[in-house]
Design a protein around this ligand. Structure first.
Ligand code: NAP
Length: 286
């Protein structure tokens, strides 16, 4: 099976590059071979690779910067995905794409399921929602909507907390934003499992085409998440103070509550997602 992975440098792409190679003939493209800001270049690249499965780990993910670069964010998060999906349909390939909890406005008050209506509050969320519609242009597609992605390597919130804890004597962390912390390795492993299932039974997987929530099980505030990170690192006595989002003005408005329920994914693919605390402990294990 030929797998074409877009992105190997970002949090998720890095993990996918390490977990998908056992599944078949893996080609990986990133800068400079591919630039999603020029979406018109993608179809030809895909046609010449003739993949059975396309996995897209590229995205414009700078939520605040997207407010001042809506056109770039839309080209990368939606237009490029549309071209990819059309080409996947032409080739009969499966497209696996990733979206975000930021498609929701956070007012539901309980974990979001796939049938809840999106209502993004910021440009990033709007462009990712357009990307979900774009991915659905492929005949066979799986869009995994995820939340609060972190890596044990570099980048992302967990590494920021570790850096802050080395340079500051005290942290003030918001306790009014709630989400589902998700280790990018979980995303990569589930993607691998699903591709393996696809290789065994393409018709069954085609019938499962659609949108799925995929995140660490459970929910936490940013404050609880940081407490847990420091506890895993043996820094329980480090001083963390709860704060409110309003105290940290930012360009983009974020949903206050965006935890995701993942029952549909677990049942459809016969998988079990770990509680977010368990994944975090594994991620930070040296
Ligand atoms: N991070 C989160 O908390 C989070 C939460 C929910 C959903 N998601 C979704 O999960 C997926 C993976 O996110 P992630 O955390 O792995 O993001 P990431 O670390 O920012 O990775 C995205 C990658 O895409 C690359 N990229 C950006 N513009 C590009 C372009 N024009 N051409 C080619 N590559 C380009 C980035 O490169 P540069 O860095 O050089 O620009 C980066 O390597 C995305 O679909 C994201 O929307 C993420």
């Amino acid at each position: 099976m030929r797998i074409l992975l877009f992105g190997k440098i970002g949090q998720l792409g890095w993990e996918l590059n390490r977990s998908l190679f056992t599944l078949g003939d893996l080609s990986v493209l990133d800068y400079p071979e591919v630039d999603f800001n020029q979406p018109q270049t993608l179809p030809e690249i895909i046609r010449s690779a003739k993949p059975d499965v396309i996995v897209n780990a590229v995205a414009y993910t700078n939520v605040d910067k997207a407010e001042s670069e809506p056109d770039v964010a839309r080209r990368i998060n939606a237009d490029a995905v549309a071209g990819m999906a059309r080409e996947a349909k032409n080739l009969g390939a499966l497209l696996i794409h990733f979206s975000t909890d930021y498609v929701f406005d956070g007012t539901k008050g309980s974990t979001y399921v796939e049938t809840d209506s999106p209502n993004p509050l910021n440009v990033y969320g709007k462009t990712k929602l357009a990307g979900e519609d774009a991915a659905a242009l492929a005949e066979k597609f799986l869009t995994f909507r995820t939340s609060w992605v972190y890596s044990s390597r570099t980048g992302g919130f967990v590494n920021k907390v570790i850096e802050w804890s080395k340079t500051k004597t005290e942290l003030r962390i918001v306790d009014d934003q709630i989400g589902s912390p998700t280790w990018c390795r979980t995303l990569a492993e589930v993607t691998g499992q699903v591709i393996a299932q696809y290789a065994l039974d393409k018709d069954r997987l085609q019938s499962l085409s659609g949108l799925y929530h995929l995140a660490g099980a459970g929910a936490a505030s940013r404050y609880e998440w940081v407490k847990e990170i420091l506890s895993v690192l043996g820094m329980e006595n480090y001083s963390i103070l709860p704060a409110k989002t309003i105290e940290f003005p930012s360009a983009a408005v974020r949903p206050y509550f965006s935890a995701l329920a993942c029952d549909k994914l677990e049942q459809s693919f016969n998988l079990k997602l770990l509680p977010w605390q368990t994944s975090l402990a594994l991620a930070l294990e040296k």
